[in-house]
Design a protein around this ligand. Structure first.
Ligand SMILES: Cc1cc2nc3c(=O)[nH]c(=O)nc-3n(C[C@H](O)[C@H](O)[C@H](O)COP(=O)(O)OP(=O)(O)OC[C@H]3O[C@@H](n4cnc5c(N)ncnc54)[C@H](O)[C@@H]3O)c2cc1C
Ligand SMILES: *[C@@H]1O[C@H](CO)[C@@H](O)[C@H](O)[C@H]1NC(C)=O
Length: 622
């Protein structure tokens, strides 16, 4: 038992969880399953390469959702030497537990960003600033995320091609979604939209509450089908599928890197923070990167390409630090301008209405107090089942349209969770949201530990655009992020319609069986509006404006004539050779759905573009 204890304590320390006693017993037990690792087990941790070569063919920066895929696929070519540099450590026993997703935020595995205050959104958060978590760990944000497997609408990708990006239409990208996938639901796997035998496991959580059944039944009542929202059509309701494997998180590190870790031609270096891309100004060729590991500066060279996969915040930061970015911005920080490009512009995110809470009269929801830690943990450890396998608490998904949209391209998505801000009595959720004490104490404390569910309407295609800028030329400083939510007034109008659809959902026959009703304690700052009026919902949305954690677009892919484009449709940075961006930052517009599967798709397609460019036709076909 000593070793178990030690493992658990280390894991807890690593995410700063010591002190929150409720999870200690489950986690000690959870770590039991990990003792028998050996290097040959494809599920065992990766090998953190200590001594590196001076030069590789490809240097991949960032081992997140896309970067892990890129490094894995490039290392399929036996004579290519690939280095993956990741700023964070490996995953651990806690990040593997699906129900603990929110516990990773604000931990050592999170970059811990906050957006700037604008006075138009995030009004109920401390200092008017929303938290913006991003994974700083091998697997990136696929280790922090809620694991929901959603691809978006086929119109999203057809639109990307219409914008001047050949090869990115729906039929083309569908091949790559399917390539990654091992869908364990036999009914879905049989359809032309899903794959079996891929590296990424996709399945439903083996545990669910009766509330999610009511949720999908509500869809039928409202005239929406219950359907595979990743299939032929998107509008409808569904019990969510997630990237989980045998009840545990299936991050991209687990799916794409662990199985290839014994290949001789791939090195993975953890805790390696890249600070600059080395570019020769005379021929504008990227030839390597500079990085810090254990406090020491290193340089590594790239014979063929440097590939940036540091995500929508850090990729633009790194480009700017290296002299690629808006001229005026770079000059402000005395960074020599190598290429004037709109890096950091075009930031888009899905903003949702948080804290939208509905009470029920039956003990059918997740109330932390009521879940006995010991049996719950045994169920998880021994049977890979039970409440610990819930997808960060989210059970149901729906795509609907407001009066501003239509069925073929829904404008609102709902996440349904059998819990809300009050369900853990303020222990965690309020902190990751960053709610002010006044708001929490007035609205949610009075119903602490009572049965509720929440609906989160989110705006699928925002018109507002934000930006990422440098705070300073110090690579260890957080960049400035302005999400710019609700800059375009149409955005708030669509979301208010979403709130009203949420009320309708909560009043369905299926939900009424549980005594469902909206929780009415007005927000202190919205009290002067009539509860339930459009103005009230607008005020609520501006108060608990919730990121759904999907920033994209800051290194926009586009044709040469697009003045906002940073990379071309083959993901090469304009004006620099040997440099590509392959991550969520290249998305020209945000897909209508959660962005992990799309980021993985970008990784798959990006890796193929690299192979097409460097291999002969005969080699590529192999
Ligand atoms: C809390 C949360 C919940 C989410 N829930 C869902 C969900 O349920 N479903 C869904 O589809 N999507 C979800 N998402 C979004 C999804 O996970 C992201 O869109 C996706 O992971 C982005 O992939 P990426 O490859 O662009 O970036 P990331 O996965 O963030 O990868 C970037 C990687 O680069 C590394 N890096 C950054 N800078 C440097 C540097 N200078 N040097 C070296 N390495 C560096 C980072 O540490 C990280 O590992 C969620 C995200 C979060 C944060
Ligand atoms: C549906 O909405 C989309 C985007 O809002 C629009 O482009 C499309 O033309 C609409 N389709 C119909 C049939 O109205």
């Amino acid at each position: 038992m000593a070793i178990v204890n030690l493992l658990a304590t280390t894991a807890l320390k690593s995410v700063g969880l010591l002190g929150s006693t409720i999870w200690i017993i489950p986690l000690m037990l959870a770590s039991l399953t990990f003792i028998n690792y050996n290097q040959l087990d494809p599920e065992s941790p990766i090998i953190n390469q200590k001594t590196l070569h001076k030069e590789y063919d490809f240097v991949v920066v960032g081992g997140g959702s896309a970067g892990a895929v890129v490094a894995s696929r490039l290392s399929e070519v036996p004579n290519w030497k690939v280095l993956l540099l990741e700023a964070g450590p490996d995953e651990n026993e806690i990040s593997d537990v699906p129900s603990l997703a929110a516990y990773l935020q604000l931990s050592k595995l999170d970059w811990g960003y906050k957006v700037e205050s604008t006075g138009r959104a995030c009004l109920g958060m401390k200092n008017g600033r929303c938290n913006w978590p991003r994974g700083k760990v091998l697997g990136g944000s696929s280790v922090l995320n809620y694991m929901l497997y959603v691809r978006g609408n086929k119109n999203d990708y057809d639109y990307w091609e219409q914008l001047g990006n050949p090869g990115w239409n729906y039929d083309e990208v569908l091949k790559y979604f399917i390539k990654s996938e091992d869908n364990r639901n036999p009914y879905l796997a049989r359809t032309p939209y899903h794959g079996m035998g891929g590296l990424l496991t996709v399945q439903e959580s083996p545990w669910r509450t009766p509330l999610v059944v009511a949720f999908v039944e509500t869809g039928l009542e409202m005239g929406y089908p219950i359907r595979d929202i990743n299939g032929a059509d998107q509008a409808g309701f569904m019990i969510a599928q997630g990237t989980i494997r045998r009840g545990q998180r299936c991050s991209t590190a687990k799916a794409f890197l662990r199985p290839v870790k014994l290949r001789k031609n791939i090195h993975i270096a953890l805790n390696s923070h890249v600070t600059r891309i080395l570019i020769n100004p005379s021929n504008m060729r990227a030839f390597g990167v500079e990085f810090y590991r254990n406090g020491r500066k290193h340089v590594v060279l790239a014979r063929k390409e440097v590939i940036l996969a540091a995500g929508s915040i850090n990729t633009p930061q790194l480009l700017m630090l290296s002299g690629i970015g808006p001229k005026r911005e770079l000059e402000k920080h005395n960074i020599p301008v190598l290429r004037d490009l709109p890096v950091g512009h075009n930031l888009q995110d899905h903003v949702g209405m948080g804290g939208f809470t509905f009470r029920v009269d039956k003990p059918v929801s997740i109330v932390q107090d009521r879940f006995p830690a010991f049996p719950m943990t045994m169920q998880y450890v021994l049977n890979e089942k039970g409440p610990m396998t819930t997808l960060g608490g989210v059970e149901g998904l729906a795509f609907v349209n407001t009066k501003y949209g239509n069925r073929s391209w829904p404008d609102i998505q709902f996440h349904m969770a059998p819990a809300s801000v009050n369900s853990d009595a303020g222990a965690r959720v309020r902190k990751v949201l960053g709610l002010t004490d006044e708001l929490y104490n007035t609205v949610y404390k009075p119903i602490a530990n009572q049965d509720v569910y929440s609906l989160i309407p989110l705006l699928l295609r925002p018109r507002s655009r934000g930006w990422v800028k440098l705070r300073s030329k110090n690579p260890f400083d957080d960049p400035i992020i302005n999400a710019n939510y609700f800059d375009d007034p149409k955005d708030i109008r669509v979301l208010v319609e979403g709130a009203k659809i949420g009320i309708k959902i909560s009043e369905s026959k299926a939900f009424k069986k549980f005594g469902s009703r909206v929780h009415i304690i007005p927000f202190p700052n919205c009290k002067h509006f009539e509860f339930g009026s459009d103005q009230y919902w607008e005020c609520h949305i501006r108060t608990i404006s919730m990121t759904i954690y999907h920033p994209v677009g800051t290194c926009k892919m586009g044709p040469e004539w697009d003045s906002e484009a940073v990379v071309d449709p083959r993901l090469k940075v304009y004006g620099v050779t040997g440099l590509r961006v392959i991550d969520a930052s290249i998305m020209p517009t945000i897909p209508s759905g959660n962005t992990n599967a799309p980021a993985i798709m970008v990784g798959e397609k990006g890796a193929d573009l690299v192979k097409e460019d460097w291999l002969s036709f005969a080699e590529y076909k192999k």
